[in-house]
Write a protein that binds this ligand. Structure first.
Ligand code: 6CS
Length: 338
């Protein structure tokens, strides 16, 4: 009786943690927010290949829509149904308010090399954020940039005045709404699945995303005016359920860390030149698309609205957010040499 009960408990645990009790090899479930060959998918595949090449474990990848929206895959990870998840701070900001720091406009530079150095070396990214995610039962394994944010609109724009009355879709964190309010627009927070249709039907007049996603999701078909405002980067994060991770052997923890490091290196290589390539594809596919690169003076009109968003960030996150912001700025200074 006791033995049966033990076995049942072990099987249940094995199921939750994706282990095959018979072989002592695991099948880990990993969900992300994008489609095949997109940045998060390239990361996930590199992670999977490393794990499978260096152990008996397997990794099952679930892409956008297979298990629901971004918030669904996060819930499933926190519940232990999934072992790994890639969720962007654009959505995690509702769960971990400090993750909204990526939506303070003009905090990160546009220069790709500096941004990469920042992610490689930042104390805020590599030490502070893991502690904040751990409080939510998550083992943060990597944060990485996907691309510079580009705004698309139903007509070209060059000033905050041009954005008046425009419904701009934002990811669902409150600070990003503050940013677009500060930019003069009407922020409209929505999950990803509603963006294309919203633009197509005219409920939305615009949105922001990196170019590769504007190309891969076909957003340029329904929102053809691309504007480079230089206000930020799309950042994402890959993590594990913390109870699952803590329960792994030291050897498997090391394997997971090495696989994450390997995937990060692959992704840094992958994003280099990706924005230009994607823009070329868009321009080949559509003659309707316009590209506007704001000049310094035009950017200044947006940049001067950033301090009010920074203040809101501190109001929302208190002393911890304020310390994180100071650390973030110090880390940036260290890599940009300012
Ligand atoms: O805008 C979004 O919601 C999506 N954008 C990207 C680049 N990745 C996933 C995310 O859901």
């Amino acid at each position: 009786m006791k033995a049966t009960k033990l076995l049942t408990t072990a099987s249940l645990g094995a199921l939750l943690f994706g282990m095959s009790a018979a072989a002592y090899s695991a099948n880990w479930r990993y969900a992300h927010e994008e489609f095949e060959s997109d940045v998060q998918d390239v990361f996930a595949v590199a992670f999977k290949e490393h794990v499978e090449a260096n152990s008996d474990h397997t990794v099952q990848i679930y892409r956008f829509g297979e298990l629901g929206e971004s918030d669904d895959i996060m819930e499933q990870t926190q519940a232990g149904i999934l072992q790994f998840v890639n969720q962007s701070p654009g959505f995690t900001g509702a769960l971990i308010p400090e993750a909204q720091i990526f939506f303070v406009p003009y905090l990160l530079p546009t220069d790709e090399e500096t941004v990469i150095q920042f992610f490689n070396n930042s104390t805020a990214i590599n030490e502070t954020f893991p502690e904040l995610y751990a409080e939510q039962g998550l083992e943060l394994l990597k944060m990485y940039p996907e691309g510079e944010m580009i705004v698309t609109l139903d007509e070209p724009f060059t000033s905050p005045e041009d954005l008046r009355g425009k419904n701009i879709r934002t990811m669902t964190n409150p600070l990003l709404s503050e940013t677009y309010r500060a930019f003069g627009a009407t922020p409209t927070p929505l999950p990803w699945g509603e963006v294309y249709g919203g633009l197509q039907t005219g409920i939305l007049q615009g949105q922001e995303n990196p170019i590769f996603w504007i190309e891969s999701g076909g957003l340029y078909e329904v929102s053809p005016n691309l504007v480079y405002t230089g206000h930020g980067w799309f950042t994402t994060a890959m993590m594990a359920n913390k109870d699952f991770f803590d329960g792994l052997s030291e050897e498997d923890q090391q394997l997971v860390r090495e696989a994450s490091e390997h995937a990060y290196e692959v992704i840094i290589e992958h994003i280099s030149g990706l924005a230009e390539e994607s823009l070329n594809k868009i321009q080949e596919a559509s003659s309707e698309v316009t590209v506007t690169r704001l000049n310094e003076e035009q950017i200044e009109a947006f940049r001067e609205r950033a301090p009010q968003v920074e203040e809101r960030f501190i109001e929302m996150t208190g002393e911890r957010g304020s310390e994180l912001l100071d650390q973030f700025k110090a880390d940036l200074e260290a890599v940009s040499g300012e």
